[in-house]
Design a protein around this ligand. Structure first.
Ligand code: NAD
Ligand code: ZN
Length: 378
């Protein structure tokens, strides 16, 4: 490639400060260092975690940055020590790394790796080191990925090589939302055949959790959202019943308990609200109910009565659906190609990177499931 070893100037959507629209800028992307890979991003989804950082988390040390962590692209060039990737490979950048060597990677019990951006500071949502500059300023790489840019540089421990025939404008969703919800049901909750499940929040993450419950053989899947326009989509993924908390003047946990003779076997919180996390726990049946936190928030403490857990419920959390990222994502891509996992049905809008602020607005108002932005030409 003519660009290998050189700085690339390209377009990116820069978040200069919290709560402000992103600005399309020309940025400089440095060549990859020894263990790094420079990727041309072809497509990216917009996930609620991007909105969380921009409008809720707003950490003062986390800006300026380039958001986006649900993308797919093509390797442009690789660092001198990289042996397992070549220019032209189709890849998905990973916000959870898999170095394969740390104590977490060596344990089958978790997908957390101690090497990625998260080992720096979780609250800033970026590592301090970055390959981006704009107008003479350092620009951070959100979640170590930054897919709202035509080019990005990612450490090889946080890149998955995928099947060469994978359509990048669909499989980008496996970089975050769909893998997260699907894996939360299968890997973290470990939903059982014949069980009754409740999924709170029907964005892409929640709908993917519904799909996970269905593929695990759940008999009843109760889908809960305050936005009833999401129910039709939830049916497509396997939901069997729908509940709008706004239609009831009693706690949603009581409504679910009455519907299920004492509570559901599994519940998944896919909203990112500590109040909903509590409701999801309280909606589980005593004795064996399992509730999983999938929604992302680090703003507030949560509360629950100890008796909820003493009585035998389990409260767990799930990051990236519990998938070991480099191993899991290529397998999920293959499952999509084999039609075992749906992706097309999540995409409600196709736009360009320049329209990223419109895509953010659609998610804010609840008028989309996933907007997929085309970034650089393939
Ligand atoms: P989204 O905005 O598309 O969907 C959220 C849904 O929750 C919406 O349909 C909304 O109407 C619904 N909702 C809001 N308040 C509700 C309430 N009180 N009760 C029921 N439903 C309610 O978001 P998304 O992209 O699907 O992401 C969902 C959550 O998952 C976010 O918090 C996101 O940050 C988080 N997330 C976590 C991980 C992880 O690894 N754990 C990864 C990706 C996303
Ligand atoms: Zn995400």
């Amino acid at each position: 490639m003519a660009t290998a070893g050189k700085v690339i100037k390209c377009r990116a959507a820069v978040a200069w400060e919290p709560s402000k629209p992103l600005v399309m800028e020309e940025i400089e992307v440095a060549p990859p260092q020894a263990h790094e890979i420079r990727i041309k991003i072809v497509a990216t989804g917009v996930c609620h975690t991007d909105l969380y950082h921009l409008f809720e988390g707003k950490h003062k040390d986390g800006f300026p940055c380039v958001l986006g962590h649900e993308g797919a692209g093509i390797v442009e060039s690789v660092g001198s020590e990289v042996t397992k990737f070549n220019p032209g490979d189709k890849v998905i950048p990973l916000f959870i790394s898999q170095c394969g060597e740390c104590r977490f990677c060596k344990s089958p019990k978790t997908n957390l790796c101690e090497k990625g951006w998260a080992s720096d500071r979780y609250d800033v949502m970026s590592e301090s080191d970055t390959r981006f500059t704009c107008k003479g300023k350092k620009v951070l790489q959100f979640m170590g990925t930054s897919t709202f840019s035509e080019y990005t540089v990612v450490n090889e421990i946080a890149v998955a090589k995928i099947h060469p025939s994978a359509p990048l404008d669909k499989v980008c969703l496996l970089g975050c939302g769909v893998a997260t919800g699907y894996g939360a049901a299968l890997n973290t909750a470990k939903v059982e055949p014949g069980s009754t499940c409740a999924v709170f929040g029907l964005g892409a993450v929640g709908l993917a959790a519904v799909m996970g419950c269905k593929n695990a053989g759940a008999k009843r899947i109760i889908a809960i959202d305050i936005n009833p326009t999401k129910y039709e989509k939830a049916k497509v993924f396997g939901a069997t019943e729908f509940v709008n908390p706004k239609d009831h003047n009693k706690p949603i946990s009581q409504v679910l308990s009455e519907m299920t003779n004492g509570g559901v076997d599994f519940s998944l919180e896919c909203v990112g609200s500590v109040a909903v996390m509590r409701s999801a726990l309280e909606s589980c049946v005593k004795g064996w109910g399992v509730s999983v936190l999938v929604g992302w928030t680090d703003m507030d403490d949560f509360a629950a009565r100890p008796i909820q857990l003493i009585a035998g419920r389990t409260w767990k959390g799930s990051l990236f659906g519990g998938f070991k990222s480099k191993d899991g994502v290529p397998k999920l891509v293959n499952e999509y190609l084999e039609k075992k996992v749906k992706l097309d049905e999540f995409v409600t809008h196709n736009m360009t990177l320049a329209q990223v602020n419109d895509a953010i607005q659609l998610m804010k108002t609840g008028d989309c499931i996933r907007s997929v932005l085309s970034v650089a030409l393939q």
